[in-house]
Design a protein around this ligand. Sequence first.
Ligand code: F6R
Length: 613
Amino acid sequence: MAPMCGIAGYIGPRKAVDVVFDQLKRLEYRGYDSAGIAYLNGDSTIHVLKRAGKLTELGKLLEDGSPDSGLAIAHSRWATHGAPTDLNAHPHFDQFGDIALIHNGIIENYLEVKAELMAEGHVFRSETDTEVAAHLIGREHASGLTLEESVRRAVRRLRGAFAFVVLSRREPEKFVAARNASPLIVGLGEGESMVASDVPALLPYTRKVVIIEDDRVAMLTRDGVVVTDLEGRPAPYEPMTIDWDVEAAEKGGYEHFMLKEIHEQPLVVRQCLAGRLDEAGRVRLEQVFSDHVWQEIDRVNIIACGTAYHAGLLGKYLLEMMLRLPTDVFYSSEFRYGDPLLSDRSLAVFISQSGETADSLAALRLCKSRRIRTLGIVNVVGSSIARECDRVLFTQAGPEISVASTKAYVAQSLVLQLLALYIAQVREMPGIRVGELVQDLREFESRMDRCLILEPQVQELAERFVGAPLVFFLGRNADAHVAREAALKLKEVAYVPTQESPAGELKHGPLALIEPGTLAVFGATDPEVREKLASNIREVQARGGFVLAVTTDDDTSLDGVSEAVIKVPAGRSSYLNALLSVVPLQMFAYHVARLRGCEIDQPRNLAKSVTVE
Ligand code: F6R
């Protein structure tokens, strides 16, 4: 599995291997852990070069000069499952060595397809889902179908979120690319065509591009591209001219990585859930503990820093409210020096985007020395925390480049929801409507998508409140936890002082800080406590403070009560409603920071991965 990897492909008069290697280099800024190239050079054989590690490792295979070839495809892998090894690196072959395939994304039903192919005698070399797609396409191709028709058939059969690029030694004048949810862009040149997962890879060669849509198959030759739907009917497309410079292109046309990553969140939801919700409306988690362990655990300690800690707070809310499973959340730095009480039946959960945070790693080692079971919720495969935990659930959010974490938080919180549902299933807990919550998860991507259209409204609010000297972030229950994360975002990227607390705590002290001009942001997605929140809102207003409420779109109770209201699409689960409300607040932090002229992607004094204490 490999979401968010780099894809490149080229056919034309230039040395194709050099072109695709250069294209991979231009995608390097996104992070990767292995890379590979497949090319044809007229001898009816597919040649493959691949190496774990950085591109310089792959480059060593080309040191004696790159081969002559007019057609090559290449891939840089950012592993989410399966170690970053030579074997797992792409391209992968089919059974007959006729085609080579690179792949970005996740194929959900690969085990089922793999079983079918194995019954027919197919032998697989790797554990990857990618190889299954290669074999499936290869089988169709061997039956006499063209490469593009073979790809169409395979795509119709596969479920998930993916993009492929495939070449065939039997049809050396073309290559084929297909898209279902993962990004894919075709570049059109003079007598040459190319494809990439991201615009920066294409810019040195052409500015004329075609954005391939979902469920489309593109056949590329030197003369151009033919795009069809999955039934083979021609699909209209509109080439466009990209006028971004390289820096803008790396950010997908967004001004900053932070904004790009906020906008990537619907895709992140899809990638994070891919393969984890089954047809029967249940959660499927591979490689976690066996059932008796889940039965035995009587306490959970969640250990993390910063944003990951905030996701942990949401996890506590969920595990305690839903499962009645006692849960504590610790800052890693406090945990490691706090002589924690740990029982044999407890589970320690480490949440980390980078998997390298020094305090979290030290806390993990402490747990291991005490023989406590450990579970990681980690984004970077192959990172120290991922390697050292007994079990890991990967967040599958793709590389996060902005120092301020956005999409990783959403993915961490979703994994916690999956985990809670999984434990509920194992424990066969009556009263927990797993199917209903799974349905809510399935709808989350489209709700997240609808949140993004709030941006113009959020931008206006940022303009209105940019001068606030102090911003409160308040809420109750899950909204209180999201409020802490929203406050951290504003603090770190816009350098605005914030005060965050559960709304009920206001009059026990923080209220003293409210004066005319103070802004108070209220997370109000939970209908159970909305009335209580309304009285907190009045407490703020009575002292001259302004209120911005974030609620769900089925609520009208705060209209006219607060100075401004943002509404996110409502769902059934209060947890997911609260989580969704983080999106406009991430945008709010971003736009305030932009108006204040801050260095958004690299805030002063901060680093992406805190590998020192
Ligand atoms: C804030 C942020 C940090 C990290 C924290 C933990 O936007 O990114 O607070 O969440 O440093 O980092 P990881 O998750 O890599 O362990």
